[in-house]
Design a protein around this ligand. Structure first.
Ligand code: GLU
Length: 379
């Protein structure tokens, strides 16, 4: 009854845990949630006000399938500010960032094609590739989480269509150096691949400098950049993201959009315009708050003897604890014995075995209590 494609993918390791935490809390259990990646701040008031106004002004109908023009202009402006690359609003397709990735893979992949993905990597890249009938080729990253460009080049063959990068990385927080990003782009160009770059944490970098794939790509390389307002503007539930690519790529992705979601929620798009064009002080404060909690979590985990790539961005630490062989079993014990939710490393691919991912996007007090409880379970 069910397709082989759907049978080939698991539930989302992050979303399912978040649902489980919600269910436990509804039952009255106290859970310290260090699992899902979601800022603990509220969406800025001005953004909410812009959305409310749009709702009152009748933005409740269908809208343009590519996304409203003011938002595509705001995204083009944001792209240029963050990446130093001017783009045209025709190069923007507004859609939830997760759907942007699926659209990109649907545009690129046929049955039996392959996509190079660093491992560990976010839980949904490989399943999305499989849902397109293609194969993820998951290549282990080094200790510091840099993309293994040489190993990827060796794995590229005539079926390989694309390479995926994600900097800062979910789950490791690793920020790719400019050299690594340039090397990935050069490899993609030489092997005739499309470079899909998930940059949704690009504004949340605490150490080192964010380099976008678009900044270093050779001119003839197709780069699909995926970003969104979820993480930097505390707007996860709004489901507003986008991809930017060549106008012809955008037109192909638009077909998927028109046959699936039509467009993301119209009034939410008006809020996103305000997020990108309004006062950016919110992002600075959010980043400073995360940087502070990152320092706390790094110090505490080091004191527990945990090993992890140094997290320079995003809001995750991907750690291996002494004596822990099975990340899934450890995550299970933490939830059952200590009421602390983390994500098993195995959900992030073969490079994640024996690890767990902790999100530090919670208030400092909750984070400290969660770390105290992890320490107790370990001792
Ligand atoms: N990206 C976030 C995370 O990894 C949200 C859940 C998801 O989309 O996977 O926790």
């Amino acid at each position: 009854m069910f397709s082989e494609r759907i049978a080939s993918v698991p539930v989302s390791g992050t979303v399912s845990i978040s649902d489980a935490v919600r269910q436990r809390r509804a039952r009255g259990d106290e859970v310290i949630d260090l699992s899902v990646g979601e800022p603990d701040a509220a969406t800025p008031d001005a953004v909410v006000a812009a959305c409310e106004k749009a709702l009152r002004d009748g933005a409740t109908t269908y809208g343009p399938s590519q996304g409203i023009r003011p938002l595509r202009e705001a995204i083009a402006g944001d792209h240029e500010r963050l990446r130093g690359q001017p783009i045209d609003p025709d190069q923007v397709l507004v859609t939830p960032a997760k759907h942007a990735l699926l659209e990109a893979f649907l545009v690129l992949l046929d049955d039996g094609d392959e996509v190079l993905i660093p491992s560990p990597a976010w839980v949904s890249y490989a399943p999305q590739v499989r849902l397109c009938g293609a194969q993820p080729v998951q290549v282990p990253v080094g200790d510091e989480g840099q993309v293994p460009v040489d190993e990827m080049r060796e794995r590229a063959n005539e079926d390989t269509q694309a390479v995926l990068v994600n900097s800062p990385s979910n789950p490791t927080g690793a920020v790719q150096t400019r050299e690594t990003m340039a090397a990935v782009a050069e490899m993609a160009a030489e092997e005739d691949l499309t470079l899909v770059s998930d940059e949704v944490y690009g504004k949340l970098v605490y150490e080192g400098t964010f380099t976008s794939a678009a900044e270093v790509a050779p001119e003839d390389l197709e780069v699909v950049t995926v970003d969104g307002v979820s993480k930097a503007y505390a707007m996860t539930g709004w489901r507003i993201g986008w991809l930017t690519a060549s106008p012809s790529f955008v037109q192909e992705a638009l077909k998927v959009q028109q046959h699936s979601v039509t467009h993301p929620t119209l009034f939410a798009q008006h809020g996103a315009v305000e997020a990108l064009q309004g006062d950016q002080g919110f992002v600075d404060r959010l980043r400073e708050g995360f940087a502070d909690r990152r320092d706390l979590v790094v110090d505490r985990l080091e004191a527990m003897g945990a090993q992890f790539p140094h997290p320079g961005g995003a809001f995750y630490v991907f750690a291996r604890f002494p004596g822990v062989e099975d990340g899934g079993a450890f995550a299970h014990d933490l939830l059952d014995e200590a009421g602390v939710a983390v994500v098993p490393g195995e959900a992030f691919g073969p490079g994640g075995e024996g690890h767990v991912r902790l999100s530090y996007a919670v208030d400092r007090d909750t984070l400290e209590r969660g770390l105290d409880r992890i320490e107790e379970v370990l001792t």
